[in-house]
Design a protein around this ligand. Structure first.
Ligand code: HEC
Length: 458
């Protein structure tokens, strides 16, 4: 007996699978429609290479870096890590392009609203993977970019200190933070991702692939017809002229194969970077975020002043909410980009804005946070020098300028002692007035050294 019919006799899914592959899809769908399946393909690549890496990776500050070096020394180890690294970037690009295709073709309109909302949430999940995965190699770049990244998250109003506690497990980046990042990266986010992808695919299969928008609809209006009936008639007409689904699958396979070839080529030619092991004392290190976070970094740089965290938080959450709810905001029937001038203009402006911010972020000189390079250490006592080190190690300079170095998210501390008493500074550090993350868990010795150092800043 044919093995397929043996299996079919037991499972009875032959007809379903055949129906799935043979069902008609609209004729006018093209190469742009392969972006979604290419995204799915890269997610599968990430799962497979990620599981392989997890078999060798040790999520502890003492061993993480050595275990990554060990992976690179294994046969195919560097290749697998390289694929995981480059495929992560490719995934961000492809999910972005997929979103743009769906947006400009207004494929999120009735009856595909749920597909969009779940897809938009998946976009955020992918960025979460990127953020948490970045720390895992535990090299300098990973460490210092995450210090800055978690500081930014920590400056959000109300939820900031909770977020920072949740992510770091304490005020500084330690083994505990690494374990959290790892747990989120390999357990929490994959679970959310798989559920989201399942719902997204179910909705795609149930509603069928949206036809590309036409300026003149395929069917004429019938007066008094409901939107639902009209859509059903139009989609049936699109499918009537269509072709079987497996023909589009061939296109999908071609695109996925090309993407895999590019990712493997990058993994072989460039590989995954690994800098020196993370050193919390190497405070001169100037962190740079991965390219897909450069736009947010740049935005942060533009909005400064006391309202900064609030502005960032508002822009961020309103922006994401609008993105999530696009199908309920743009509700008209028209789908062609030229017949939706406002949506098309806003979409184009957002794309240009992100590209511009990313380019500026990539070219901007980064503020050095090496305060020790400009403070005259010879005038400091031993305790004050230790305090300077605490200032650096705790990442205070990421938000505060001191002696011409450091960030601008918080006030300049160059002459903080002329404004505030030691008690007031301590009060600010343990329970900040407003946007600053609290450092309630500083060791008493570190705290007194830090206060001693800051008392010299008159
Ligand atoms: C995420 C950014 C951020 C980090 C990191 C940060 N601060 Fe702040 N800090 C602020 C902001 C914003 C303010 C303004 C008041 C507020 O929002 O609490 C501030 C205020 C202060 C003030 C009061 C200054 C004044 O003139 O009123 C002191 C002192 C201070 N920070 C010290 C520190 C020290 C010491 C550290 C490191 C242990 C640190 N900060 C880390 C953002 C930060």
């Amino acid at each position: 007996m044919h093995p397929m019919s043996w299996l079919n006799e037991r499972l009875g899914v032959g007809a379903t699978v055949r129906g799935f592959l043979d069902r008609p899809v609209p004729a006018n769908i093209g190469w742009l429609n392969t972006l979604g399946s290419a995204t799915l393909f890269l997610i599968i690549v990430q799962i497979v290479t990620g599981i392989a890496l997890a078999l060798f990776y040790v999520p502890s500050a003492d061993h993480a870096y050595a275990s990554v070096q060990n992976i690179d020394a294994l046969r195919f180890g560097a290749l697998v890590r390289g694929i995981h690294h480059w495929s992560a970037s490719a995934l961000v690009v492809l999910i972005g392009l997929h979103v743009l295709r769906v947006f400009f073709q207004a494929a999120y309109k009735y009856p595909r609203e749920v597909t969009w909302v779940v897809g938009a949430a998946l976009f955020a999940v992918v960025l979460g993977f990127a953020f948490t995965g970045y720390l895992l190699p535990w090299d300098q770049k990973a460490y210092w970019a995450t210090v800055v990244g978690t500081n930014v998250a920590g400056s959000a109003p109300i939820v900031g200190s909770v977020v920072i506690d949740l992510l770091r497990g304490g005020p500084a980046l330690t083994t505990e933070s690494l374990t959290r990042f790892y747990g989120i990266h390999v357990w929490v986010l994959p679970a959310v991702l798989l559920i989201g992808v399942a719902i997204h695919l179910f909705a795609v299969i149930r509603q069928g692939i949206a036809a590309a928008p036409r300026r003149t609809p395929l069917v004429a209006d019938v007066p008094g017809e409901s939107q639902r009936d009209r859509y059903a008639r139009e989609y049936a007409a699109e499918k009537h002229d269509g072709h079987p689904f497996y023909l589009s699958l061939l296109k999908d396979a071609v695109v996925s194969a090309v993407i895999l070839a590019v990712v493997v080529a990058l993994a072989l030619a460039v590989g995954a970077p690994l800098e020196a092991q993370a050193n919390p004392n190497a405070v001169g290190y100037v962190p740079r975020p991965e390219w897909y976070f450069l736009d947010m970094f740049q935005l942060l740089w533009y909005v400064s002043g006391p309202a900064e965290p609030l502005v960032i938080f508002l822009i961020g959450s309103i922006g994401f909410l609008v993105f999530l709810l696009v199908p309920f905001i743009d509700r008209g029937r028209k789908r062609h980009p030229r017949q939706r001038p406002i949506a098309t203009a806003l979409g184009t402006a957002s794309v240009l804005g992100v590209l511009l911010l990313t380019a500026q972020g990539a070219m901007a000189p980064v503020a050095s946070t090496d305060v020790a390079a400009t403070v005259n250490a010879s005038t400091l006592t031993v305790a004050q020098q230790a305090g300077l080190k605490v200032f650096q190690v705790q990442g205070c300079a990421a938000c505060h300028r001191l002696a011409g170095q450091g960030g601008t998210a918080g006030p300049d501390l160059t002459s903080v002692a002329s404004r505030l008493s030691a008690a007031q500074i301590q009060q600010q550090i343990t329970s900040p007035r407003d946007k600053m993350p609290p450092y309630a868990d500083l060791a008493p010795g570190d705290m007194s050294n830090l206060l001693d150092f800051l008392s010299t800043r008159k």
